[in-house]
Design a protein around this ligand. Sequence first.
Ligand code: GDP
Ligand code: MN
Length: 398
Amino acid sequence: MNLHEYQAKQLFRRYRIPVPAGLVATTPESAQAACAELGGRRWVVKAQIHAGGRGKAGGVILADADEQVASAARCLLGSRLVTHQSGPEGLPVGCLLVEQPTAIARELYLSLLVDRASEQLLFMASASGGMEIEAVAAATPDKILLTRVHPATGLQPFHARRLGFGLGLEGTQTKALAALMDGLYRLATECDASQVEINPLVVTETGDLIALDAKINLDDNALYRHPDLESLRDPTQEDARESEAKVHELNYISLDGNIGCMVNGAGLAMATMDLVKLHGGAPANFLDVGGGATAERVAEAFKLILSDPKVTAVLVNIFGGIVRCDLIAEGIMRAVREVDVAVPVVVRLEGTNAPQGLRMLADSDLSVVTASNLSEAADKVVTAAGRAARTGLREGAQ
Ligand code: GDP
Ligand code: MN
């Protein structure tokens, strides 16, 4: 789960990571009022969305008067901001962060993330901050400094000295960096963050370090330990179908293709997507309905898949171990009764009560294509999806 910049900066304050003074505003009036409360004569207005690249996209505006802050707010609030990270549709701007401006001498990059290969937390730093770190890493990999923290020893003074030296910081700045890294490390471990990124980490004209931007990604699997953090979720920034799936405890991830997949078990779901690809198709989603799927959940899952306008065919691939195939068939039939299914559906049921499930589908008036093995199912659904797309069975199909 991603946090907004203003939420991340609130967490930064808790861990004594320096950030500019700022206030959140959701109306032009409150944005203008924030100027008086913050004081000064210049302000920065920052659109709060779950994507970077706002600076280049017009989502970070420097204002010389409080009326300018109000007009920037009128322009940004309620709009969708498109950045190179947001996808072509952009993300809705529901709130703003109004900050005191920072006088920038240098823009650095600093992040802390889980390095799965070494099973350690990894600090990544660069003197080339403020820009896309991916581009820096691709063009000039030697400009990326790395230092890993062993969980048995924790953060040590040498970590900060190594990065401080590499970034060309002075002695007192390296001390400030050490304190900042300590805050980042405690934040990441205590809040179960999988990534914390400061880009840019600024050296001010007076030589201080300050986090000008803040990105935090929290580990979804650990959120149950942090109800206070979970309450920071902003569903407007998340894929609507993925949010809906969470409500029904379905494991759903949107993808770019046109073949909707409903599978039980994450491993089987991965294998199913592989086979769809192998047969020349492209999955529209990853969906694991879980081992103990009920007819209701299958129905919800099916509706979820069909709500995606890209979908031109559906593949149901169930291996009934704990779950019974007749219940799956019941769920499919229930969903089909509730929503209008205009696309071909290919079903492969195997395992507990598979013959009953298949008979139920055959006896129903549904036009379901059955398959006796996974390869055949993938082949049939790819053919059906292609045919459906060609005949324009579904509007907006591709
Ligand atoms: P991002 O583009 O979404 O990553 O948004 P950032 O918060 O990183 O801001 C983008 C850029 O705006 C920064 O790299 C800075 O160059 C500039 N910027 C942001 N805040 C300030 C500020 O207080 N003062 C100045 N001079 N520039 C700022
Ligand atoms: Mn940034």
